[in-house]
Design a protein around this ligand. Structure first.
Ligand code: GLN
Length: 480
C-alpha cells in the first residue's frame, strides 16, 4: 500500500511513474476522510488536488525537484495564504491568512501537496492536545489516550499513515513529545535553523519548527527543504545548510554518548526506563561509548520555562485584541468592553492562565523576582549542556516520563507541566533535539531522545538513522 512507503520510497515511486501524485494524494485524502482521530482542523481537498495535478505536470516535464508531488499535512500554526489558519483557537477560527509563512512558501516552491492543516493545542500551549478549540486528538495506538502535544494532530496523522509527513513546532517539546507518544520520528532543530516568519508566535525565544516523519532518513530529506536563512526573521541564522542526507550512513564507532544521571531518577516510568536502557545497549553494540554526565540544573527547567514562556506569550498574544483581526465579541459597549470580551470569549482557559502568569511575572514589582531569575536559571541550564558537550558528542535519555496517558486523566495544569521535564531544557538552551521510536511499554510506543550541540542536526540524524538500520521500531504501525 502506498501509505506504508516512506517519503524516500515515494520519491522513487513518483519518479518511476509507479503512481502519480494525484493518485497518492487521493489515497491520503480518502484515509483522512475515514480517520476518527480528529487530527485535522481543515482538510484542503480541492487545493490538494490542484497542487497534485500541477505536480504531475511538472514531473512529466522532467523539471521536478526531489519533493515535487509528495503530500504533507501542515500544523495549523503556519500561515497559509487564502486558507484558514487557526492556531487551534476560537480567536482565529475565521482567520484566512493573507500571506504564506516562509516555511509554507518553501514547501510550495518544491510543489509539494498540502492535504490540510492539523489539529493542535490552542496556540501550541499543552502537552496532550486536550486544549484545542476543535476537540481533543486521539492516539492511533489507543484512541482512549492522548497523542501528546502540542503538535499532536501532526504526530497522530503521521503514525496513522494518513499523511507521509507533517510539520510541527517545538517550544518546549511539542515535536519530540508527541513523536514519542505516537511512535514516530521528529526533530527540533537548533533555534534559528528554520524561519519563524508566518509561524504564529507562542514564545519567540523558544519556538522552532521541524519535520515529523516515520524515519530519520525522511526527516533529513524534509529538513533540507525547511532549513535556511530568512531575512524576514531576525532570529533566523545566516548559516549555510548542509545536505542532511549526506552523512546518514557514517559509522557510529567511537561516538561518545552522554547519559545525564538526573534523567534516570524517580518519576521516570520503569517501562520507559527499560526501553531507553535497551536502546543505549544497542548503541554500545554499534561501537558507541557510554559516559555518565551531569546536568545539575535540569530539574529547574520546569519553573524557568513556565515563567519565560508565559511572559513571552503574554506579550505575543496581546495583538489579539478584537480590533485588527481574529474574534470580535458582539455588540461591545465601548472600546474597553470590546477588548475584554473579545479576549475572554476568544481564548481558552489554558491560554488565559498563561497570559495572566506572564503579565504578572513581567509587572514592574515582580520582574526581578520572576522573569530575570528565570533568565538566570536558563543561562545555568545552557552552561550545564556546554560542559557536557566538552565530554560527549550526543546526550541521550527519555523524551517523556511515561507513555501516552489516558484522555482526561491529568486534571491540573501543574501535573501536566511536569510531563515536560526532559524536553524543556533543550529549548531553553536553543539546542537541537530528536525523538526516535525505541520500543514499547504496555503496548504503547516509547521514544528515545537525542540531544546535540548547536548545529549538530547532521550528527543527530546520522545517529538516529544508524539506530533505524539496526532496529525495526520505526516500522511498527498502529494501522494496516
Ligand atoms: N508542553 C509545553 C507547553 O505547554 C510545550 C509546548 C510546545 O512545545 N509548543 O508549553
Amino acid at each position: 500500500m502506498m501509505h506504508n512507503l516512506t517519503i524516500a520510497e515515494q520519491i522513487i515511486g513518483l519518479k518511476n511513474r509507479d503512481f502519480s501524485s494525484l493518485e497518492l494524494t487521493q489515497h491520503y485524502l480518502d484515509r483522512i476522510n475515514d480517520s476518527e482521530l480528529n487530527a485535522f482542523i481543515s482538510i484542503t481537498k480541492e487545493h490538494a488536488i490542484n497542487q497534485a495535478k500541477l505536480a504531475d505536470s511538472i514531473l512529466a516535464k522532467g523539471n521536478a525537484t526531489k519533493l515535487t508531488g509528495i503530500p504533507y499535512a501542515h500544523k495549523d500554526i503556519f500561515c497559509t495564504k487564502g486558507i484558514k489558519t487557526s492556531a487551534g483557537s476560537k480567536m482565529l477560527d475565521s482567520f484566512i491568512s493573507p500571506y504564506d509563512a516562509t516555511l509554507s512558501e518553501k514547501l510550495n516552491s518544491e510543489n509539494m501537496v498540502m492535504l490540510g492543516k492539523t489539529n493542535m493545542d490552542e496556540f501550541a500551549m499543552g502537552s496532550s492536545n486536550e486544549n484545542p478549540y476543535y476537540g481533543a486528538v486521539k492516539n492511533p495506538w489507543d484512541i482512549n489516550r492522548v497523542p501528546g502535544g502540542s503538535s499532536g494532530g501532526s504526530a497522530a496523522a503521521v503514525a496513522a499513515r494518513i499523511t507521509p509527513f507533517a510539520t510541527g513546532t517545538d517550544t518546549g517539546g511539542s515535536i519530540r513529545q508527541p513523536a514519542s507518544l505516537c511512535g514516530i520520528t521528529g526533530i527540533k532543530p537548533t533555534y534559528g535553523r528554520i524561519s519563524r516568519y508566518g509561524m504564529i508566535a507562542y514564545a519567540s525565544s523558544l519556538d522552532q519548527a521541524g519535520p515529523m516523519t516515520r524515519t530519520a532518513e525522511d526527516s533529513a530529506i524534509i529538513l533540507n527543504a525547511m532549513a535556511g536563512f530568512d531575512e524576514r526573521d531576525s532570529t533566523s541564522a545566516n548559516k549555510s545548510v548542509p545536505d542532511y542526507t549526506k552523512n546518514l550512513s557514517k559509522s557510529l564507532s567511537g561516538l561518545k554518548i552522554g547519559l545525564p544521571k538526573e534523567y534516570f531518577s524517580e518519576g521516570l516510568d520503569k517501562g520507559v526506563e527499560k526501553v531507553i536502557m535497551k536502546a543505549i545497549n544497542d548503541y554500545e553494540a554499534m561501537g558507541a561509548e557510554i559516559i555518565e554526565v551531569s546536568l545539575p540544573n535540569s530539574m529547574n527547567a520546569i519553573p524557568a520555562y513556565y515563567i519565560v514562556a508565559p511572559c513571552e506569550c503574554s506579550s505575543n498574544l496581546s495583538r489579539f485584541d478584537g480590533v485588527r483581526y481574529g474574534y470580535r465579541c458582539e455588540d461591545p459597549k465601548d472600546l474597553n468592553d470590546l477588548y475584554m470580551r473579545s479576549r475572554s470569549e476568544g481564548f481558552g482557559d489554558e491560554v488565559k492562565r498563561r497570559i495572566m502568569i506572564g503579565a504578572y511575572a513581567l509587572s514592574a514589582g515582580y520582574y526581578d523576582a520572576y522573569y530575570l531569575k528565570a533568565q538566570k536559571v536558563r543561562q545555568l541550564i545552557s552552561e550545564d549542556f556546554k560542559k557536557a558537550f566538552k565530554e560527549v558528542d550526543v546526550i541521550m535519555g527519555p523524551v517523556s516520563p511515561t507513555p501516552a496517558f489516558e484522555l482526561g486523566s491529568i486534571k491540573d495544569s501543574v501535573s501536566m507541566y511536569l510531563a515536560d521535564i526532559y524536553t524543556l531544557s533543550v529549548n531553553l538552551a536553543g539546542l537541537p533535539g530528536m525523538s526516535i521510536p525505541a520500543g514499547f511499554s504496555d503496548s504503547l510506543p516509547v521514544g528515545l531522545q537525542l540531544i546535540g550541540n548547536h548545529w549538530s542536526e547532521e550528527l543527530l540524524l546520522n545517529v538516529a538513522h544508524q539506530f533505524q538500520l539496526n532496529t525495526d521500531w520505526h516500522h511498527s504501525s498502529p494501522v494496516d
